[in-house]
Ligand binder design. Structure first.
Ligand SMILES: C[S@@+](CC[C@H](N)C(=O)[O-])C[C@H]1O[C@@H](n2cnc3c(N)ncnc32)[C@H](O)[C@@H]1O
Length: 210
């Protein structure tokens, strides 16, 4: 990568100015040991939520609510975010972030549990957007569930799709890297999906269900 490209990347990642609500949610993420999306990914989520005009959203991996607040800020007024996390302390922090952001309670559905148990209970073809940001070994399963959950025209977003810049190097055979490499390939080869990867953050894979 040229030095100019690196400078441009740092410049764009540093552009989003975050308010106190997001900064507090970041602080709680840090205290809980949660890796929240960075400001660049957060801003991209807000724009994608606004652009898709999604009314129904599923988030897998609430963390302390940073990505949830970013999504909700882009969504239309009546849209509902269903967010799933296996850790009750993380979910409590996410709920706090939603309250801090002034999000009415009826716009969020926080579900405590393992996503692999919760997702099969959600309705087919009922969601406009699914954001995956949880345990990497389960990503293949989450992507399969997301394709089932999405309406036609709905968007799947997979965070950390480049696995800290390791996916592009075939010599790296870490489990998480291999999983994300396979997930990317499966999505590219799925005729139901049209997809791309943005290099924002650690890679944001976007796929739309035809
Ligand atoms: C990277 S953090 C999510 C960060 C959040 N999206 C944000 O940007 O603020 C991953 C989250 O996934 C949750 N998690 C891990 N394994 C899970 C599972 N099997 N089912 C549901 N949630 C899980 C963790 O508790 C953690 O809160």
């Amino acid at each position: 990568m040229s030095a100019d490209k690196q400078t441009s990347w740092s410049y764009t990642e540093g552009l989003p100015a975050e308010d106190d609500v997001l900064l507090r949610a970041r602080e709680r993420s840090y205290e809980l040991g949660v890796a929240a999306v960075g400001p660049g990914v957060g801003a991209a989520l807000t724009v994608l939520a606004a652009g898709t005009k999604a009314q129904t959203v599923v988030e897998i991996g609430s963390g302390a609510g940073v990505s949830g607040v970013c999504l909700l800020r882009g969504l239309p007024q009546a849209a509902v975010l269903t967010t799933i996390d296996a850790d009750v302390d993380h979910l409590r922090a996410a709920r706090q972030a939603f309250v801090d952001a002034g999000i009415p309670g009826n716009r969020t559905r926080t579900i405590s549990g393992r996503a692999a148990d919760v997702l099969p209970r959600l309705t087919d073809n009922a969601y406009d957007l699914v954001f995956v940001d949880a345990d990497k070994p389960s990503y293949p399963q989450y992507v399969e569930q997301a394709v089932r959950l999405l309406k036609r025209g709905g968007m799947l977003i997979v965070n950390d799709a480049l696995d800290h810049d390791r996916v592009s190097d075939p010599a790296i055979r870490e489990d998480s890297t291999t999983t994300l490499r396979k997930v990317g390939k499966a999505i590219r080869e799925n005729d139901q999906l049209v997809s791309t990867i943005l290099p924002t953050g650690d890679g944001l894979l976007l796929a739309v269900k035809r």
